[in-house]
Design a protein around this ligand. Structure first.
Ligand code: SF4
Length: 85
């Protein structure tokens, strides 16, 4: 396995693969605060069962992913792990 493939291997074990992936990112319309919180809670509940939560979170922080739930955290929650924050 190449180092790139090894780095991406966690993605095949992601608990969010499939139709439920839609709750991990904002919809095309403007969400109310309560809708966002409810959607994020559903996504985070899936993350809580995910076997690759840590590599997922590490990846999102590494690439400074600006949107969505990754590794059980939303974009604002991930900001605390960025250098200089
Ligand atoms: S931690 Fe959450 S966002 Fe990351 S792969 Fe697992 S289910 Fe998907």
């Amino acid at each position: 396995m190449s180092s790139q493939r090894a780095a991406d291997a966690w993605q095949v074990k992601a608990a969010c693969r499939g139709p439920q992936a839609a709750v991990f990112f904002p919809p095309a319309y403007v969400e109310r605060k309560d809708q966002k919180e409810e959607r994020e809670a559903r996504a985070k509940a899936i993350c809580a069962t995910c076997p690759v939560r840590q590599p997922c979170l590490d990846y999102a922080i590494q690439i400074r992913e600006p949107h969505g739930i990754w590794g059980g955290l939303n974009e604002a929650e991930r900001r605390q792990f960025l250098p200089g924050s």
